[in-house]
Every structure is written in C-alpha cells, then in structure tokens.
Design a protein around this ligand. Structure first.
Ligand code: MSP
Length: 539
C-alpha cells in the first residue's frame, strides 16, 4: 500500500478553527433540512469567532452526477446552466437571508476544484490505490450510491426494489469501473477510531460506523462511464469520477490543497465536518480512507446531526411539508428561526417541526422572557434616569446571585456550544440566566423602589437597573452567535456600541467580567426585539 505513516492526524493542529457543511445537491432549492445544518455551522463558527479565534466556515454546492444531469435535462437546459441558476437564485440568497457568515462558497464545477480533484485521483492512481474492474448492482440516483441488495425495500412488482431512503425504485447498473482499494483500510480506520474516540460524534453515529467497518469493507467503485457530467479521470477520459469522491474533496480544494500551501497548512485538518446522519459513512469511512491513501491528515471530528422529520419520515425534496425556510422567517423572523431549530431539537437526534411548538417557544422564551426583559429595563432607565445608565452603589446578595449566574451560564454555554456542539444545552444555559434576571427584577420590584425617595431607596433603584442592564449586555454577547441581528439591536439600545465598541469584538473570555457597561451609557428603547406574532398564515 502506498500510503505512508504520516496520515495520523488528530494531533496535527491547524491554526484556524475550520468548519464545513456538506455541499448540497443543486437539483432543487434548499429546504428546512439543509438550512438546519448550515445554521448550526454558522452558530458554531460565530461562537468561535466570539472567542477571538481565527475561524473559517465553508459551505457550497455539489453539482455533478446523474441526479443533477437528469434534472437539467428535464428542464431543457445544460447541467451547468441549471447549477448556475440554482446557486445564484436559490442557494446563495437563502444563506444570505439566514445571515450565514460563511467565508467561502465552493462549487464543484469550479476550476479551482476540478483541477485539484484530477491531481488528487491521479496521485492515488499512481500510488496503485485505484484499479480497473467491473461492477453491477442496484443504484439509487437519489442517494447517488450503489445499494446492498439486503437493504432494499419491496416495490410494486416482484422485480421492483425500492431505496430505503427515497422509497423510489433503484436501477440496476452494470459498468466497467475504476475502484478505490477501500477494503485495505479497515484496520487502519478502526485503529484511528480507537485512538480518537471523539472522531465521530454523537456516540450513536460512532457505533454505527464501527459496526459497519468491523464487517469487511468492499472496494469502492469510483468512476462512471455511461454519462459525462462529472470530472473526467485524467488517465481515462471516457470515465467521470463518482460524484461522492469528487464532492468530498471540496473540503481540501477550498482550503488551498495543491494551490496555496500556506492557506492549506492554516486550515487543514478541518476542526469539524458537520454532516447529516444519512451521509455519515461517506465522511467517516470513505473520506478518511481517501485521505490516508493520499497521505493527508484526517479531519478532527465528524459530527452527525439528526433529521428533521415530517410525519415520521425524513424531510427531503420529495417529501416536503410545503414549508420553505422563508415561509417561516417571514412569520417568525430570521433570528427566531435560527433559534428555534437548535433550541428545540437536541443536536444529533431527529426532531419534528410544528407551528404550535415554534409559536409557543417564540412567545414564551423569545418575546416574554427575553424581549420583554430588554424593553422593561430600557423603559425604566428612560423613565427614571432619562436614559443615562446609573451606577450600582448598593449591590448585595441579590446582585451577587446575578453575577454568579452569569459566570455559570458562560462556562456552560462555552463548553456546550463551543466544544460539545450541544446547541440546545448551551442555549438553555443562556436562557436560564435570562430567567434568573427576570426573577431578580420581579423580586426587586424597581417600580416600587422608585417611589422610595430616600438616598438608600434611590441607590437601590440605580443598582437594580444597572444590574439588569449589565446582565443584558452580557446576554447580547452570548446571543450574538445565535441571533446576530437581535443581539445587535440590544447592544445598540444599551449604548454599549459607544462605550465598548462593536459587539463582534467582544469576547467570551471577558463576557462575565462584571461591570463592563459603564455608568452613563445612553440607553434607548429601540425596536421591540420579538414583536407579537400575526395570525398563522393559512396553508
Ligand atoms: N451532496 C451530498 C453531500 C456531499 S458532502 C461532500 C448531499 N447533499 S444533500 O443536498 O442531499 O444534503 C445533505 C445534507 O443536508 C444532509 O447531510 C444534512 O446535513 C442536510 N439535510 C438534508 N435533509 C435533512 C433533514 N431532513 N434533516 C436534517 N438535515 C438534512 O447529500
């Protein structure tokens, strides 16, 4: 085997925190499921930016293969025209709309990708990792994957078999193909999983992969010769590269592999590949084996998210509820959308969306607990101090409880969101803190204290309002990765921009340092953060 010893990897430290999403097929428009993974990656990278780290967030589109070719044909355009249209009219605009701060957008039809892909496979070919052979078997164009006969479902007739994911008939393919010697990598993969227990997350995903690799791995067919929408194999141009082998390489081609060694050294190995659980094997088995064969370091983590479900089935292009991401954002707003899916579904497990649940969380958590707190505090600073934040001169145990609560929330949120990718848990920790501040305000009753005109009474009023505003200052920083537009509004309304500078420049390391917001800051009421919802649009 030509691969050398230098593949090992998780010890390798790239200086940047590099996060990727799957690159999505552009046979259709993005749906809630795609947006789910992309928002998660955005929150993760924004969190690390808020830590002051160097971060790189990559997303993009997977544009080759039979599925896209057929869609283009059905629409009477070339595959390239189809991809260009969908990318520019559907995919990029949605990510912009959802406030996704990706640093790069890779398309597999770009020359910067295809040239490098050809070099990569040529290298594997030269090393004897690729050989010519024949293959026949059931193929699902929806998955772009050969299926094992045992996993198929019965179809309408005796001869018909269905893909277990798409519930559509598979096709029987017989081809002369090139193969990658995947079977040679089983032991090394298992060694890698054992030495790096965090490589595949969550545990259920890791177990699934272990079980799969513990059986004998088969060599992988990596070329197709019955159609030509793909990257030609450099040594045999009658074949195009199997779309998955082409697509997986986006993570390195976008990072400067073979074109910009400095950038590549900075970005690779990736810190986290975010993937849906449906494409786990490609990322946790095939991709690492390809990297080993090429002598490149492996990504540090592959983290699988669960599926958004509709009526017990994976939400997909063929199984939509008819709800597009923009149907939800136009009703709830972009930030509530970013919040809802990550808050409601523990990352890694399947979850269902419902209008009722979204509405309930919007109203109780976002509008009542958080939005109201912000507007009440701003209103009282306006009413009692003409919008100039007073100093806290009479802090006691109740205030200390808020200070302590903040420390705990920061520690928990940082660990859960930044390290464990437990978004629901991290968001819950931040909202626990917001609840605590609400409780503090209700107990302290500043509206009553305001009637006490003694110096003690006035000092208490100032202290209560300062404490609440300072807690909101910290909340804005903690919520910035999740709900950037809302956090920014709050930041501005607290007068924090003038005194502390840009919200993006605040770091997680200093967010719990109590007293950062200076007395005298100009607090204004600003827009309501989460306005009352209109009636649910009728279907
Ligand atoms: N093009 C491949 C990925 C290549 S990566 C080198 C692909 N594309 S896809 O358009 O089908 O999108 C797959 C990803 O979208 C899933 O892995 C997942 O991250 C996301 N989701 C698609 N449907 C989803 C749900 N119903 N629920 C959650 N995520 C879903 O596969």
């Amino acid at each position: 085997m030509a691969a050398t010893e230098d593949h090992s990897t998780t010890e390798a430290q790239s200086p940047a925190y590099y996060v990727t999403t799957p690159i999505y097929y552009v046979n259709d428009r993005p749906h809630l499921g795609h947006a789910y993974t992309t928002v998660a990656g955005d929150v993760l990278t924004r969190w690390h930016r808020q830590r002051g780290e160097k971060v790189w967030y990559l997303t993009g589109t997977d544009e080759h293969g039979q599925k896209i070719m057929r869609t283009a044909e059905a629409n009477g355009v070339t595959p390239q025209e189809w991809c260009d249209k969908l990318v520019e009219e559907a995919w990029k605009p949605l990510w912009q709309h959802l406030d996704i701060a990706n640093d790069d957008f890779i398309r597999t039809t770009q020359k910067r990708h295809t040239d490098r892909v050809q070099e990569f496979v040529q290298d594997l070919h030269d090393k004897g990792e690729i050989y010519k052979g024949g293959y026949e078997g059931p193929y699902c164009v929806g998955c772009e994957e050969y299926k094992l006969p045992g996993e198929l479902l019965p179809g309408a007739t005796e001869d018909e078999k269905l893909c277990p994911v798409h519930k559509r008939p598979v096709e029987w393919l017989e081809e002369e193909n090139y193969f990658f010697r995947l079977s040679a990598y089983g032991t090394r993969l298992l060694e890698h999983y054992a030495a790096n227990p965090d490589f595949i997350q969550p545990a259920s995903a890791r177990n699934e992969v272990l079980r799969f690799v513990e059986q004998d791995l088969k060599d992988l067919s990596i070329s197709r010769s019955t159609f030509n929408w793909g990257v030609p194999l450099p040594w045999d141009e009658k074949h195009v590269l199997y779309v998955w082998v082409d697509a997986l390489q986006n993570y390195i081609t976008a990072a400067g592999y073979g074109s910009d060694p400095e950038r590549f050294a900075e970005l690779w190995p990736a810190s986290v590949h975010l993937v849906g659980k449906d494409i786990l094997r490609f990322h946790a088995v095939i991709w690492p084996a390809m990297l080993m064969a090429a002598g490149l370091p492996l990504p540090k983590r592959v983290v699988a998210n669960g599926w958004l479900m509709v009526g017990g089935e994976k939400m997909s292009k063929s199984n939509l509820t008819g709800i597009a991401p923009t149907d939800l954002t136009s009703h709830f707003g972009v930030d509530a959308y970013r919040y809802y899916f990550l808050r409601a579904i523990p990352f890694g497990t399947d979850g269902s969306f419902s209008w009722e649940d979204f509405t309930a969380r919007y109203t109780s958590e976002l509008a009542n607990d958080f939005g109201n707190l912000a507007s009440r505090v701003a209103a009282m600073v306006g009413k009692y101090y003409e919008g100039s934040l007073p100093a806290a001169t009479a802090a006691g145990d109740a205030e200390q409880a808020v200070v302590d609560g903040l420390k705990k929330a920061v520690e928990e949120a940082d660990r859960k969101i930044g390290e464990e990718l437990d978004f629901a848990g991290g968001i819950a920790a931040i909202f626990e803190f917001i609840k605590l501040v609400n409780g503090y305000l209700s107990e302290q009753e500043p509206w009553k204290v305001a009637k006490d005109t003694s110096p003690e009474g006035q000092a208490r009023l100032a202290t209560i309002l300062y404490t609440s505003a300072e807690a909101l200052r910290a909340s804005a920083v903690l919520l910035n990765p999740l709900m950037p537009a809302t956090a920014e509004k709050l930041w501005v309304s607290l007068g924090a921009e003038e005194s502390l500078g840009a919200l993006a420049a605040q770091t997680i390391a200093t967010v719990a340092d109590w007293g950062r917001l200076p007395a005298g800051a100009t607090v204004t009421k600003g827009d309501i953060l989460f306005p009352r919802l209109e009636e649910k649009p009728s279907a």
